[in-house]
Design a protein around this ligand. Structure first.
Ligand SMILES: *Cc1c(COP(=O)(O)O)cnc(C)c1O
Length: 358
């Protein structure tokens, strides 16, 4: 069986042992005679998976009982609206730091329902908290922990904020050590490091969540999901099941500490190659370069085309940059093995040697 060196940004690579397990269990889940995707979400088989996945995630990230862990649908994009709706009331102010495309989308959505105040804007770095133009009486401050499109990442989160910190960790949850108690809310759609698309994990401090009030939609209220163990309606059972296997795989592989060690290693080796080269360049402030999405460009248009087609021949897939920014992007999520990164590095070095000589 030949598998590609897959650098897709999302949906993205899953750990091979997880895919094998899914394949092995797909027709007959642990002797039940049915697939796990053919039975009720309220069946004993599925409830066991649901419960165990939540427990494993709580252990992995040391999430206390002050937080709900919700398994939702609608992607992180739905959270762009649900966060302001649940953590603040009409007319109240909420703060956002804008560091790229995903922050912008979150801000756009928040501004439709609340007074969204932007504390600072940047595209290739993270402005220091001391430079932020803060609002008075805001309900929370939202950051995008890793900007998946440009490859800009927080390596240290602001501490001692006077309002709850909310983070979109869609592309780096489970890849690094985080102190959950530092946050009011963390959300992440699954398709980067957690599982298939169609599942979103929300970790939220219970006391911050607004109760259901006259005029509110029940479905859009976190409490409705918390009160029903995320089964207010039919969840994405397949994605939840696979996420459970991925979380177990992370645990067995050494937990988030080990994932962080591997991520730093993979990314720094790739940045080294870019920095030493005369062909590739990365424009992110080195202090905020992402360990997850390494972006780079090639100035010459014909070389760009050749790079992509030769990469394809070398079995290196999905390294085209996001359609909004162009260039190239190698996503180095947890399931992307060192072997893939090594193949990419070799390819990049050889391509440069052949095309520009060095
Ligand atoms: C992928 C991504 C999203 C969007 O997730 P959807 O599941 O498509 O809604 C939001 N924020 C970040 C940082 C992402 O990487």
């Amino acid at each position: 069986m030949s598998r590609a060196f897959n650098f897709s940004a999302g949906p993205s690579a899953l750990p091979l042992p997880v895919l094998r397990k899914v394949q092995e269990e797909l027709l007959n889940y642990r002797g039940t005679g049915t697939s796990i995707i053919e039975v009720s979400h309220r069946s004993d088989q599925f409830l066991e998976i649901a419960h165990r996945t939540e427990q494993s995630l709580r252990e992995l990230l040391a999430i206390s009982n002050d937080y709900w862990v919700l398994f939702m649908q609608g992607g992180s994009t739905l959270q762009f609206a649900l966060v302001p709706l649940n953590l603040s009331r009409q007319g109240e102010t909420v703060e956002y730091l804008c560091t790229g495309e995903w922050s912008s989308k979150a801000i756009r959505e928040a501004a439709r329902v609340r007074r969204a105040h932007v504390v600072a804007t940047a595209t290739n770095n993270i402005p220091s908290p001391s430079s932020w133009n803060r609002a008075e009486n805001s309900r929370y401050l939202h950051v995008t922990s890793n900007e998946t499109i440009s490859g800009v990442q927080f390596h240290e989160f602001p501490s001692n904020l006077d309002v709850p910190l909310v983070a979109d960790m869609s592309s780096d949850l489970l890849t690094r050590v985080v102190d959950v108690s530092q946050f009011g809310l963390i959300y992440a759609s699954a398709q980067k490091n957690i599982g298939p698309s169609g599942l979103t994990i929300v970790i939220v401090r219970k006391d911050l969540c607004r109760p259901l009030e006259e005029g509110d939609s029940e479905y859009l209220n976190y409490r409705a999901h918390a009160d029903t163990q995320s089964m207010y309606n039919t969840p994405n059972t397949f994605a939840w099941y696979v996420a459970g296997l991925v979380i177990d795989w992370v645990k067995k592989s050494g937990g988030v500490e080990e994932m962080q060690r591997r991520s730093v290693e993979k990314a720094s080796r790739l940045y080294e190659v870019i920095d030493r080269s005369n062909l590739y360049s990365n424009t992110v402030d080195p202090r905020f370069r992402s360990t997850m999405n390494v972006t780079f460009s090639i100035e010459d248009e014909t070389l760009r085309q050749a790079f992509l087609s030769e990469a394809e021949h070398a079995n290196i897939k999905h390294i085209r940059g996001h359609r909004m920014v162009g260039g190239f992007r190698a996503s180095l999520y947890n399931a992307v093995e060192w072997e893939s990164v090594r193949a990419l590095i070799r390819f990049m070095q050889e391509f440069e040697k052949e095309r520009v000589g060095k």
